[in-house]
Design a protein around this ligand. Structure first.
Ligand code: ATP
Length: 364
């Protein structure tokens, strides 16, 4: 069955909630003797949209499951609006936390219709009331026409919307989402994601979303929490993490980098690509990192001498590989203008210093 086009979604129909704030202090989790989460300290403000970002296995889903109350923590506390909801000895049951959850596989009930799935969380209400609330939530995600359909009759995007409607219908004060778009193809993911974000902003619920896709996190989050090996390594606005990553590994996570070994002396590094400022870095070995979009082509004889190795057309940009005298490996440059097409053509290369990062090796 075809997805409901984004244009048919009814905006402005979601019921607003009073969002909750969360305080996570000293949280740790072990499975047996394996430490999966350590020293997690995080304050999440009411109505904030926070993305937990990090490589596979870093503990994102485990943290989300602990917040939902479906996994216990080993140490630390979680408070919601100042009230402790979990510590190492007690845990408020999931259904009392006022937290909704959208799982990666949507976890819809196959034997129930869309309407029954969405109304499932409202069993405490009278049937007519539950149905009316479910229909309102369904309208807000463009599902009205599919009320009688079963999950197997729906596209991935529609199933995601059913899961979202089911999560928001009890009006949770916090919504947790575990990779909610990962099962959708790219085109559908963009439209479903835009609609979901609009809906989140409309309901005003605090939202914590897990993703391993940095672009997705940057497009959605008020704040990104970058995790690695069970710890938070950096938390901040998307621009902050992109422009001022805490270390080389964090920088690599956000962008494909050209990395050049260099030496810092007196606050700058001389490299085959020119002199680069490295304020605050101690003298010693370092990595010069240039984002592919940080290069400009110049006529031969200007800037750094380079030679084109290959050019690939990527749609909106071109990806050129260039050899630079003094570098062991070619650099990858993402260019807006079509570069001279012939291979082995000599060109000049300049660097946009906004796209350059330098890390001392002790920080990597
Ligand atoms: P992904 O992006 O791949 O989903 P993640 O960052 O969400 O990864 P988690 O699913 O939280 O990572 O898992 C963190 C670590 O904890 C992994 O090494 C995983 O194998 C381990 N783990 C998770 N659940 C359990 C469990 N019930 N028992 C033992 N180990 C577990």
């Amino acid at each position: 069955m075809a997805a409901v086009p984004a244009a048919t979604l009814a905006r402005g129909r979601a019921t607003a909630v009073i969002p909750a704030g969360l305080e996570i202090a000293g949280l740790a989790k072990s499975f047996g003797d394996r430490k999966v989460l350590q020293e997690i300290n995080l304050t999440i403000h009411p109505a904030e949209v926070v993305c937990l970002l990090g490589p596979s296995g870093c503990g994102k889903t485990t943290l989300l499951r602990i917040l939902a109350g479906i996994e216990d923590l080993s140490a630390g506390t979680i408070s919601m609006d100042g009230v402790v909801i979990a510590n190492s000895t007690a845990s408020m049951p999931p259904e009392r936390r006022g937290i909704g959850m959208v799982f990666q596989d949507y976890a819809l009930f196959p034997q129930m219709t869309v309407l029954e799935n969405v109304a499932f969380g409202l069993r405490a209400l009278r049937r007519a009331e539950a149905e009316a609330a479910a229909r309102t939530a369904m309208a807000s995600v463009g599902l009205t026409a599919l009320a009688g359909a079963y999950p197997h009759m729906l596209s991935g995007g529609e199933q995601q919307r059913v899961a979202l409607a089911r999560a928001i219908v009890p009006r949770p004060r916090v919504l947790l989402m575990d990779e909610p778009f990962s099962n959708l193809d790219r085109r559908m993911r963009d439209s479903v994601r835009d609609d979901t974000v609009a809906l989140l902003r409309e309901t005003g619920a605090t939202c914590i979303m897990v993703t391993h896709d940095p672009e997705e996190a940057m497009g959605i989050a008020d704040r990104i929490v970058l995790m690695r090996r069970g710890r938070i390594v950096q938390a901040g606005a998307p621009e902050e993490l992109y422009h001022s990553p805490v270390d080389l590994e964090a920088a690599r996570f956000f962008c494909d980098l050209n990395e050049v070994a260099c030496s810092v002396v007196d606050g700058h590094a001389d490299t085959p690509l020119g002199r680069v400022d490295a304020p605050g870095l101690p003298d010693g070995p370092a990595s010069l990192c240039i984002r592919p979009q940080g290069f400009r082509l110049l006529p031969p004889g200007q800037g750094t001498a380079a030679r084109i190795r290959s050019v690939r057309f990527l749609g909106e940009t071109y990806l050129a590989e260039l050899d630079v005298q003094g570098l062991d490996r070619p650099v990858r440059a993402r260019l807006r203008e079509r570069p001279p097409s012939s291979r082995r053509r000599d060109v000049g290369l300049s660097i946009d210093f906004d796209e350059v990062l330098v890390f001392g090796h002790q920080r990597a």
